[in-house]
Design a protein around this ligand. Structure first.
Ligand code: ZN
Length: 161
């Protein structure tokens, strides 16, 4: 596996059956990790149709990790009824650190990124304009273009433990 892409589901605080088709791992609002239908290895070959389609233009070799929530998000002052929680974010940081270790993926902006960052880097894909993750409700002071770095720093902290 070459990279990890971090999302929110834009749903409620729990995974549904569609979410489980689209992401390898889902983290609910309480921080519990749920397995999707497909394994990361299913995304090594995306030509057979049996893979988790989480990042348009970037699914091959990519592990998709999603935090459940953010349905109804309109902006920092209107996050909707299912904002990401602190315990959920911490669980994600820790879990992505474990994945990075397991698959020997370096925690850099080229290999571990949000869907939003992937869209910025790949403006001709259907991932362009994706808003996950431009706001972290438990960490409202982090501006949208620093969220990727913020998340990677947290992951590196868990890697060093
Ligand atoms: Zn996404």
């Amino acid at each position: 596996m070459k990279r990890i892409i971090i999302h929110w589901t834009a749903g409620t605080g729990s995974p549904n059956s569609v979410d489980k088709q689209h992401y390898h791992y889902l983290i609910d609002s309480k921080g519990k990790i749920h397995n999707g239908i497909f394994t990361p290895e299913d995304n090594l070959n995306c030509y057979d149709g049996r893979y988790a389609a989480h990042t348009g233009g970037g699914n091959t070799g990519s592990i998709g990790v999603a935090m459940c929530g953010m349905c109804g998000f309109k902006g920092a002052d209107n996050v909707g009824k299912y904002p990401l929680t602190r315990v959920q974010c911490e669980s994600m940081f820790k879990f992505v650190a474990e994945l990075a270790k397991k698959y020997a993926i370096a925690v850099t902006s080229n290999n571990v990124m949000t869907h939003y960052e992937f869209g910025l880097k790949n403006p001709k894909t259907s991932s362009a304009g994706k808003i996950d993750i431009i706001h972290l409700p438990p960490f409202p002071g982090v501006p949208k273009d620093k969220i990727g770095d913020f998340i990677r720093n947290k992951i590196r902290w868990y890697l060093g433990k």
